[in-house]
Write a protein that binds this ligand. Structure first.
Ligand code: ACO
Length: 335
């Protein structure tokens, strides 16, 4: 079996926050943010918008493009680090799409590499387990976990969802040509949002009034990041990974029609393109409008590039995700 990419979709929140808006709440400027990151605006969930709602909207777009009915999907992979339900929200997407056949929906949690790893997981389900239509959704709302007084992180992130339908096909049509994936648990200290235990522990009393046990209730800390270390990690590991994927696909960077990286920082994207000698006109970037949308960034940028006619059938795309974990990986795919 092979797998092909047959439809994509995306959705973003209504509320747009500009660099000037952020300069009203932290000591920063449009000039600093745009030159250091390439970001001008980001969208943030507001009102009754939810990340699951955006994921459902993005999924509908992908199914429509692929002309596949919800009941013909047999697996939904929700790639997110910010689900509205700690137990996962994959099943909620299936419900929101109106799938009537109790198909499996499950979550994959791998920060900004989530979508890329979801795509490879989809290919595994198709190739090894005989699944037919797998919907891979990348959706994140990091705005919920940002310290809005920390100018080093709050300027970077935005909320969004993107989706891609991956379909089984004959091996000759296989569109996933090469891949490479890694993680480095030691590097987690450079970027994380870790569990923290509430300081005041309330002791549960047993029936005769004696102290029984102190439950440790927990929440998550805001995103902690050493930006320079993450920057260095991305610029070092992403080109290496893409080179490995290209080699496995028996291709060189000259065959890449589009470079589509996780949208974290324009300087990272430019550095990777330079290392691989991929010219700027082949680089897909919409970071300026949406900021770093974590697992959503690759399918969101892909969807825009496909819908505006930039990416055409048969084009070779070099994709790479990288982020917290640390995790990173790449894939060479044909649209
Ligand atoms: N406005 C103005 N000044 C700022 C701001 C800001 N928003 N943020 C930091 N500064 C200041 C710092 O305090 C520092 O001042 P000092 O020299 O007086 O100490 C100065 O600017 C330089 O700070 P650096 O951290 O060295 O700035 P740098 O050029 O590294 O840019 C940035 C910071 C944009 C965060 C960059 O390091 C970066 O993009 N790193 C990668 C981050 C990333 O991609 N993270 C997401 C990974 S994906 C995921 O999994 C979630």
């Amino acid at each position: 079996k092979g797998c092909k990419l047959v439809g994509c979709g995306s959705a973003v929140p209504k509320l747009s926050i500009s660099n000037d808006d952020l300069a009203q709440i932290v000591e920063t400027s449009d000039e600093w943010i745009s030159t250091r990151t390439g970001i001008h605006n980001r969208r943030i969930l507001s009102g009754d918008e939810t990340i699951t709602g955006l994921a459902i909207e993005a999924s509908k777009g992908a199914l429509q493009m692929a002309q596949v009915e919800p009941d013909d999907v047999d697996l939904i992979l929700m790639c997110t680090s910010t689900p509205e339900d700690i137990f996962g929200s994959g099943p909620q997407i299936s419900r929101g799409l109106g799938c009537k056949n109790n198909i499996l929906g499950l979550d994959i949690r791998a920060a900004c590499s989530g979508f890329l790893l979801g795509l490879l997981t989809a290919s595994g389900f198709i190739r090894a387990l005989g699944f037919q239509n797998v919907l891979v959704v990348g959706a994140d709302a990091l705005s919920k976990y940002v310290d809005w007084t920390d100018r080093g992180t709050c300027i970077l992130f935005g909320d969004a969802a993107g989706a891609l339908l991956v379909q089984a096909c004959d091996v000759e049509e296989d569109a996933l040509l090469g891949y490479d994936v890694h993680s480095d648990g030691d590097g987690y200290r450079h970027l994380n949002s870790c569990i923290k235990y509430n300081e005041k522990e309330e002791t549960i009393l047993n029936s005769n009034g004696a102290a029984s046990f102190p439950p440790r209730l927990a929440s998550y800390s805001c995103i902690q990041m050493n930006g320079q270390e993450v920057f260095r990690f991305a610029v070092r590991c992403v080109p290496q990974s893409l080179e490995t994927s290209l080699e496995r696909a028996a291709l060189t960077s000259a065959s890449v029609d589009w470079l589509l990286l996780h949208q974290a920082n324009q300087r990272i994207i430019d550095a990777v393109a330079t290392r691989l000698e991929i010219p700027r006109e082949k680089v897909i970037s919409n970071l300026a409008n949406y900021g770093n949308t974590s697992a959503a960034s690759i399918p969101l940028a892909l969807d825009e590039a496909v819908r505006c006619g930039k990416v055409k059938a048969g084009d070779i795309i070099g994709m790479a995700g990288f982020g917290a974990g640390l995790t990173w990986g790449s894939a060479i795919a044909r649209w």
